[in-house]
Design a protein around this ligand. Structure first.
Ligand SMILES: [Fe+2]
Length: 312
């Protein structure tokens, strides 16, 4: 497919609202202009496209920023739209988070972090308003691949949901927890591309560079004035393991904050499902089996049970 076009799920497009980009319909291998800027995308047209099995329109790559701005401005309206199901809203939230993380990764600075915070806040509100079945659907819907954007959003959603279960009898602020989960890996923006994107196993020296990302993430958020207590924990502790074999500090069980343990658990799960160039991706069942049989001492036992309960 032509790489200069980007697919957009039509559920993300609010009908009858000005759109600062042009939409294209893929017909065969041609992209045909579907509407002029700000014109022509009504509820009736959206329903007709869905009836005809068309789920995506396209925009030109150079209008990607306009799409992100549009999604950020309209997320709340879409989440309040009674014509959309809870499942459709989950998809919208997921896609919007992916776009937002991409933007943040390109420019990890104060203004983008603040904008991301607003999106994550609305995402957490959506999670909190979802019942258990809707949460399970959300978890089944998420894709697992090697993209750092997908991984960040998955850890954000899984971590917020697990924290919601674990802290159900306390008044912990899930907005702050969600923000911290989504940004746990932000230090990777400071890891050089030849190491971060290396298609294969890292050498010993490259691995040492990679292991610096927790502290780099912590420093980045502090420098940009967005280091919260929760984000301080998730950035620094998401690779610590209960058996003391994690990094950067090799903390053990009780030395690791509960948020650090939650983040490590969901980070490990998503990494197993995503696979790596030298490791195959696993099904949820296979991943949980390995976590239970081979990685049990990495995790808090009770927390792992809560995680199983959340998934099944
Ligand atoms: Fe990480």
């Amino acid at each position: 497919m032509d790489a200069s076009y980007l697919p957009v799920d039509i559920q993300l497009l609010q009908p009858d609202l000005d759109k600062p980009f042009r939409l294209y319909l893929l017909v065969g291998d041609c992209f045909v202009p579907y509407s002029r800027q700000g014109e022509g995308f009504t509820e009736e047209i959206r329903r007709r496209l869905l009836r005809e099995g068309v789920r995506t329109l396209h925009i030109r790559q150079e209008e990607k920023q306009a799409l992100r701005t549009y999604l950020n401005r309209n997320l709340q309206a879409l989440l309040l739209d009674d014509s959309l199901t809870q499942q459709e809203k989950s998809r919208i939230v997921y896609d919007t988070c992916i776009y937002q993380i991409e933007t943040l990764w390109e420019a990890p600075e104060a203004r983008q972090i603040q904008e991301s915070k607003d999106i994550f806040r609305q995402t957490v509100d959506h999670v909190v308003s979802s019942n258990r079945d809707a949460v399970r659907h959300m978890i089944l819907m998420i894709s697992h691949d090697t993209s750092i954007y997908t991984h960040s959003v998955n850890v954000g959603l899984l971590g917020t949901n697990l924290a919601r279960e674990i802290f159900r009898d306390s008044d912990r602020d899930l907005h702050e927890i969600g923000y911290a989960m989504f940004l746990h890996d932000i230090g990777k923006t400071k890891i050089e591309g030849r190491v971060l994107n290396k298609p294969g196993r890292l050498s010993r020296s490259e691995w040492e560079i990679m292991k610096g990302h927790p502290e780099k993430g912590h420093a980045l958020l502090a420098e940009e004035g967005h280091l919260t207590r929760e984000a301080s924990i998730t950035t620094l502790q998401h690779h610590e393991r209960c058996n003391g074999e994690g990094y950067p500090r090799g903390l053990k069980g009780g030395e690791i904050d509960e948020l650090g343990k939650i983040c490590n658990l969901v980070d490990s799960y998503d990494a197993l499902l995503a696979g790596r160039v030298y490791k195959p991706s696993l099904s949820p069942y296979q991943a949980l089996k390995i976590m239970k049989e081979e990685m049990q001492d990495h995790f808090d036992r009770q927390m792992f049970k809560e995680f199983l309960y959340m998934l099944y």
